[in-house]
Design a binder for this molecule. Structure first.
Ligand code: NAD
Length: 239
């Protein structure tokens, strides 16, 4: 039975990824800041729930007292703001959680990881191209891609891979918050706000969290042993 860690497992993509592994028979640990949210994700599946802030070195070290076979660095935050209105606090917090959090997660995971191990970051298409009104988030996700590609080269000889999934908009609380913010700022309906935020999608819809989980499952599989340093785009053809 593989030991799997998913950070930010209390909602959205992290919840779908954690449930996917647990339902497939893996032993899953989920971490996040709120125990009640983690327990809601578990919903009787027998996951180990541990509170930890990905931006906090001490709490991240405590997560890795026993080694994992698969580590999914999923936790991240993204708040919209044009560069001119991006406070230093917003910039620093976004980088701390969304980029440094992935670095701390992977660095701590490396120590005990054996051959066959899998490091997987939940990045974004914002890590592959620029995003207006989301420079801090896009910069953090570009940083994640640099980390993934560099670490892939460092771990390849150990039989470990390091990859990322790069989804477009996914139907999670993060996307819902973005829609609510636009709705309130422009005083428009939720439907109108959705059109503004998500735009026209080739497939006519945004991504489901379970579709991201399926991509993570593939990258974690033995069959993906030669996929390394890759960013797997999940957008329904948008990019
Ligand atoms: P979400 O807000 O539901 O999930 C983010 C999770 O990270 C939450 O559980 C939150 O509590 C946790 N988190 C935030 N700060 C943390 C911290 N300091 N320490 C530990 N946990 C923390 O949104 P989501 O869409 O599920 O986001 C998951 C990942 O997917 C993020 O990295 C996000 O950037 C990425 N992503 C989301 C979308 C999207 O459209 N929703 C698209 C591409 C990539």
């Amino acid at each position: 039975m593989r030991r799997v860690l998913v950070t930010g497992g209390g909602s959205g993509i992290g919840r779908a990824v954690a449930r996917d592994f647990a339902d497939g028979g893996d032993h899953v640990t989920i971490s996040g800041r709120r125990l009640d949210a983690l327990q809601e994700t578990d919903a009787g599946r027998g996951m180990h729930c541990q509170t930890a802030d990905v931006a906090d070195e001490t709490s991240m070290k405590a997560l890795f007292d026993t080694p994992f076979d698969v580590v999914v660095a999923n936790a991240g935050i993204g708040r919209a703001a044009p560069v001119a209105n991006t406070s230093l606090d917003l910039w620093n917090t976004t980088i701390a959680v969304t980029l440094t959090g992935v670095f701390l997660t992977f660095r701590e995971a490396l120590a005990g990881m054996k051959s066959g191990g899998r490091l997987i970051a939940v990045s974004s298409i914002a890590g592959l191209h620029g995003e207006p009104n989301a420079a801090a988030y896009s910069a953090a996700k570009h940083g994640v891609m640099g980390l993934v590609k560099s670490l892939a080269l460092e771990v390849a000889k150990r039989g470990i891979t390091c990859n990322a999934v790069c989804p477009g908009w996914v139907d999670t609380p993060m996307a819902e918050t973005a829609v609510t913010n636009v709705m309130q700022r422009l005083e428009i309906s939720r439907e109108e706000a959705k059109k503004r935020v998500f735009g026209d999608k080739p497939s006519g819809r945004i991504v489901k969290p379970e579709e991201v989980a399926a991509a993570v499952r593939y990258l974690a599989s033995p069959e993906a042993a030669m996929v390394n340093g890759h960013g797997l785009v999940i957008t329904g053809g948008e990019t």
